[in-house]
Design a protein around this ligand. Sequence first.
Ligand SMILES: *Cc1c(COP(=O)(O)O)cnc(C)c1O
Length: 391
Amino acid sequence: MLDRTDFIPFAAPSIGEEEVAAATAVMRSGWLTTGPKAREFEAAFAAYLGGGEAIAVNSATAGLHLGLESLGVGPGDAVVTTVYTFTATAEVIRYLGADPVFVDIDPDTLNISVQGLRDALSRRRVKAIIPVHFGGQACEMDEIVELARSHGAAIMSDAAHALPTTYRGRLVGALDDDISVFSFYANKTLCTGEGGMVVTRNKALAERMRIMRLHGISRDVFDRFRSTKPAWYYEVVAPGFKYNMGDIAAAIGIEQLRKLEDMRRARQSIAERYLAALRALPLKLPIVARTDDLHAWHLFVIQLDLDRLRIDRDRFIESMSAAGIGTSVHYIPLHLHPYWRDTYALRAEQFPVASAVYPRVVSLPIYPGMSDVAVGRVIDAVRQILLDASR
Ligand SMILES: *Cc1c(COP(=O)(O)O)cnc(C)c1O
């Protein structure tokens, strides 16, 4: 029998003594909310991306909301994204009274279908596009940028999985989109518990997002060091939000950013082991579209070849669990969730690829803290279960 301690979780954060010490130091400092650590984290993150403006927020969802708001998205506007994402990508469109226009995905990368996007843009006026760099692999950004420009639509990347990811040698966050939003949720590739970062090279968008991040308070007046007004004075210029990142989270983020390259390599080497060891089985491995680019490997998603198996995906997941291995499913496509399905009258036939992929996908554990032995156990279990169930 497996001991509880032998269980390999689906995900686990990589928090070391450096993060513990940094968080503790903030608590001892007496300044717990947004302050010097948040500014330091923003500066370090912008430097990592080679410039631009970085705006620390308390979640990627908050960042996506701020981003669309700064782009002027409002009631009745259309915003394109895919059904193959977390609901946060689409819910922020509804926060602003705008409507999502959902398109299907590419069967290999599970990223937004460029043809689907082209069709959507030809059918109606679109205010913005939200490509999701699924699993940590970049979307076809050259095509997406060209399409967006020719239709006058803005682009905000949902980069929740994409740190660090490159597209044709350039980091996501430093591409030609207008805004990119990263997540530092507990299971993401950089973790602050809860948190996120919005980046842009557009100063006007950054200014609007900074104001809206904190109650619509204008920073020029609020900045106590530069202002000629008294320290207690501030002006509210809009009904803003409460989306700032506190200094405890920021201090953790600074330490995580220092380790990002080591953590990336650890994920990469696990992915390479999976790719080599799971090759000749009744499953489809993740397809890496551009081998010269960095894949963040936030997720490692296999697609079971159900035609060659006597079990379905859910049975496979139960068997993995019985072998002491946690897995997950990314994603239940949005058109299958009651709210999205019923509000927008979505039908599975509109999304043939996402609908076909969903019953086959399983996400395997992949995170820096996984031991070689644990990776070996996952490989052995997948092999064993699939060989036993092969037709
Ligand atoms: C995690 C995630 C989000 C939301 O991130 P939070 O920081 O939890 O708000 C948004 N989009 C995608 C694709 C995600 O995976």
